[in-house]
Unconditional design. Sequence first.
Length: 381
Amino acid sequence: MAQGWLLYELTQSAVVLGYLGAATAIPAILMTMFGGAVADRFNKKYVLMTTSMLVAIMMMLLAFLDYTDVVLQWHVILIAAIVSFISGFDWPTRQSIFPKLIEREDMLSAVALNSIIWQSSRMVMPALGGILLAFTDTWLVFLFCAVGYVAMFLVVAGLKISLPGKKPDHSTLRQISEGLNYIFTERLFLTFISLSYLSMFFCMTHIQLMPALADLIGASEQGYGWLLSATGVGSIIGTLLIGSAQESKHLGRVIFSTAACAAFSLLLFMLIVQFANTIPIAYLLALIAVALTSMFSSMFMITSMTVMQLKVPDYLRGRVMGLHGITYSLMPLGGLFAGLLASVTSVPVAIAIGVVIYLCILAGIALGQKELVNLSGRSDI
């Protein structure tokens, strides 16, 4: 949040916000494939301790540059890229740890609980961040981020569990090839991972471009923070609503319908922003539309991820779920696509174009993958 706000203050450019998105996404996408192999090879506890401390150092550096008023746009983008590089090792390792700590029948509840914790942070912290930005400056937000990652380091260091890696019989590149081959030969994984990628690339770009959208609605720093917080509120609601889906005989329909509803909710948000000057309660309606978008998106992500966690073999879990983790890196990368498109149209129109593309692809996949649409949680997983 603070990185986006700082860059927009420095440049007043949606395109530069897109560059930040690319820096946040591309290194993680490239390194996640290696990160999955690392997660399957080395002690997961020590990998997470290392990544947490490295991110803390990067956040401290950004806070210092910002506090001393020497920060430039390339500083923000470079540090974002370094953190993204580190995340390429962090995310697959986390994904491979979680299933080892729970029983199989508790998978959906565990994924949902993890989502609630994450989304609660997305709900509360942007609102607090908006207040901090209004009364202090972005450097303090970066400092708090550093403190948070130091806390994560201490938590992981205190875990009383053994999470050793497994020495592979072949090279890292061969390990990566194994993971990719499994995904491309298993239709369920190829479909759900592809949908996750497309959903984040086309239907979550509004988060990356939220500073520009907030400006179009006439929102202040606090208003910007509340818009981001609304995404967390919606996600938590979606998490609570999806609680029993693992046993549903209509699980496939739930997955595809929530993906579509997230896209239509985002289109509604873009209509509100585009015509904000003619709508008396545009900001309130925007908050509702943002919350709905995140609610349906959360329902789609939780159900599809649960199915994959239940189906993936343990020896491939770090690599396959690590590749699924690229999903979250595609959200800021989609911001670059929409930001560039916005330079010749407008931000709402650019995002709406991406949503329409996504809906067309989603419809095509649903029509061609009837067996997945009819997936039953009771019998198929």
